[in-house]
Write a new protein. Structure first.
Length: 183
């Protein structure tokens, strides 16, 4: 059965975007990876069986034609109570599911033995963590301080205990992966 990986890039000050959701270059390393990051990117693409995103993250990428260039040839599940009309007809297969628990369950079905990657929105990521639905957390820490924007972590409803699994340092990003411990 699929496991769930929260997989997001953050600034040194813990933000996933700049003010108003602006792009501050947190994923530049992904599209032009330094040598040390290539195995991380290759593993992410190979190991992911489904991607889970929130409605805002879906809309932001859709507006920027970001889905047209994704290397992930896997189903994308969007958490929303308001699917777009008409439904997208592009190269990426989208499913729209109401509620985080149902969306995680559907993503796990679609992923099979591979990982479900929670890839965006901070709110969906926090909901998954709060509900105890995340098995591992992978943060790609980019050495910039944004100052103002959307934080990945706010005051969690429960403490998270994380055990380091891997750290890979590259010139433009440090990849940190942790196992979420029970309790």
């Amino acid at each position: 059965m699929a496991r769930v990986l929260l997989d997001m890039a953050v600034s040194l000050d813990g933000l996933v975007s700049g003010p108003g959701g602006t792009d501050v270059g947190l994923y530049d390393w992904f599209f032009d990876p330094p040598e040390a990051s290539r195995p991380v990117v290759e593993a992410m693409v190979a190991d992911t069986g489904a991607i889970l995103v929130g409605r805002t993250a879906y809309g932001t990428a859709d507006d920027a034609q970001g889905w047209d260039e994704t290397p992930y040839d896997v189903p994308h599940v969007v958490v929303t109570h308001r699917p777009p009309d008409p439904l997208p007809a592009g190269p990426v297969r989208f499913e729209f599911v109401a509620g985080v628990p149902a969306a995680v369950a559907r993503s796990a079905e679609l992923a099979g033995e591979r990982w479900v990657a929670v890839g965006g929105g901070a709110d969906v990521a926090r909901q998954c963590l709060a509900a105890g639905l995340v098995d591992e957390v992978q943060l790609h820490v980019v050495p910039i301080v944004v100052g103002d924007g959307l934080p990945l972590f706010t005051r969690p409803s429960r403490a998270l205990r994380l055990t380091p699994v891997r750290v890979v340092s590259a010139p433009s990003v440090t990849h940190c992966r942790y196992r979420v411990e029970p309790g």
